[in-house]
Design a protein around this ligand. Sequence first.
Ligand code: MRU
Length: 362
Amino acid sequence: MKIDGTPFRSVWVDPADGWSVRILDQTRLPWVVEILRLTDEAAAAHAIRSMQTRGAPLIGAVAAYGVALALRADASTAMLEGCVARLGETRPTAINLRWALERMQRALAPLPAEARVAAAYAEALAIADDDAETCRMIGQHGLPLLQEIAARKGRVNVLTHCNAGWLATVDYGTALSPIYQAHDAGLDVHVWVDETRPRNQGASLTAFELSKHGVPHTVVADNAGGHLMQHGQVDICIVGTDRVTRTGDVANKIGTYLKALAAHDNGVPFWVALPHSTLDMRVRDGVKEIPIEERSGAEVTDMTGITKDGRVETVRVVNPGSPAANPAFDVTPARLVTGLITERGRCDASEAGLAALYPEKV
Ligand code: MRU
């Protein structure tokens, strides 16, 4: 995707040196477009943990490059196993992280140490390329949902939560991919963007992406969705996900569940877009089994923004001394999900639906 005419992926190897890894610092967007240079495993781990880089598919790809950086220092089997374990602990909920690291380990463990660094870069690039193409295909399979609404009523109002656009993936995005394709095909699409407290990924990142692509959108407080749905102002919800169980339960950014409940109550279709790397067939009951990341209460008590004279500042918005809790994800049970949009097509959020699309994973 493009920022001011320049094509970007969310992670890439610096062409100038052929080995350091570049990412956009997502903690500084939308105010500052800053490209970070990662040169070792610790920097990759820090980028994931601090959410300089984020979004389920993207943290998998960055962790894969983190393995390549680790092996540059030491390509031994002990290092391979150690860096896979360490990078795997940076964030707990998105399964894409484990998926990418297991793929790296499978590809690299059988090789002699001297072949591992080149192979690690090749495998990380393959993961990144796979994600970009997968997300493009998710857009293709989600597009008919929007075309059908457009044919019926003209303008299509989509509500989305968090950021599941190109910044959360290597390119195109998951939930936003059908929206970009619909917009590019000339459909009149408008997006309600949930601000997505506490970190505001909607207000900062989704709004940034959509505005750079020229997609009409409006940022709303997280609490506004139910009201908009009651008043017929939302035709469809499309969200991304950090992990989908074999029964179709969906973990995603905190607040997704409440939107699914409101959509269900108002007969608004609630679709979830995911790449194959987000499927966790080892888990059945998402509410009981998916680990939910607990992040710092400071993300709730403090907010960062830009002052009228252009300074980026963080201020406290919570009563001094009051403690804050910050569960970062929730699980939407499959019964509240209209369907899943994948790179292989759409299916029910159910064991049978997923088995039909991914028979090799059953
Ligand atoms: O905590 P984040 O910002 O990494 O959470 C991101 C989300 O919840 C996204 O919706 C999800 O990763 C899907 S991204 C295509």
